[in-house]
Design a protein around this ligand. Structure first.
Ligand code: ZN
Length: 210
């Protein structure tokens, strides 16, 4: 269930146009909502420790700590140093999110026969640069809303996202961090349905306890 927001909560809304990315800084305790505005849109999520971007959200370390392939509500994503960085606090979508498929990049599109194409890897670099961070590492993202079923023989599917318009997840910052989201521009293999679309973000600061 999406939590209700108290009137004292400060909410900031950021629109992420189709095919683009945004970076936001979260303080510990702040909550980031990622909203699939039109439905069926994959959102690559990366997170870096604010004061040391060499430590970042690691899908493989997260799988070790949760014992699962994919994220679940109440579970934390962990860093390369095995510290919780974000916790999935709610999910109003059908719950399909991926932590196995690499971010799309120039090389991926070249293998698909396209020489120049927007990509989540480029969106990551551009968004971080706005925070003065020059980073060539492209971590394994958390591919929110990405529908990657695993068959009993280990085969992976790359199926259209199941999220409906307005579906959202909430991520609470466990430590101060930079979070980058990319509205995946993939328009060749169908993971974003008929066409890539935009996302919306809200950042909520919990009201002080009195
Ligand atoms: Zn992508």
């Amino acid at each position: 269930m999406r939590p209700t927001t108290s009137p004292r909560d400060a909410a900031i809304r950021i629109d992420v146009p189709a095919r683009s990315g945004r970076a936001v800084r979260l303080e510990q305790g702040q909550e980031l909502a990622i909203i699939d505005v039109d439905g069926g849109q994959v959102c690559d999520v990366f997170a870096f420790v604010a004061d040391d971007v060499d430590e970042y959200l690691s899908a493989s370390h997260t799988r070790t700590s949760t014992g699962r392939l994919f994220p679940g509500v109440g579970e934390s994503f962990t860093t390369t140093l095995r510290r919780p960085i974000l916790t999935l606090v709610y999910d109003t979508s059908p719950g399909a999110h991926d932590m196995l498929i690499a971010a799309c990049d120039d090389a991926r599109y070249r293998t698909l026969g396209v020489d120049e194409h927007a990509s989540c890897a480029t969106n990551l670099r551009v968004a971080l640069r706005e925070f003065g961070v020059v980073n060539e590492v492209v971590p394994q993202p958390v591919n929110v809303f990405m529908n990657v079923p695993v068959a009993p023989d280990g085969t992976l599917g790359l199926l259209p996202a199941l999220s409906a318009p307005g579906d959202a997840i909430g991520l609470r910052a466990d430590i101060d961090c930079l979070v980058v989201v990319s509205a995946c521009p993939m328009d060749i293999n169908g993971i974003n349905g008929s066409h890539p679309s935009g996302l919306a973000l809200t950042i909520t600061t919990p009201a002080e306890e009195f």
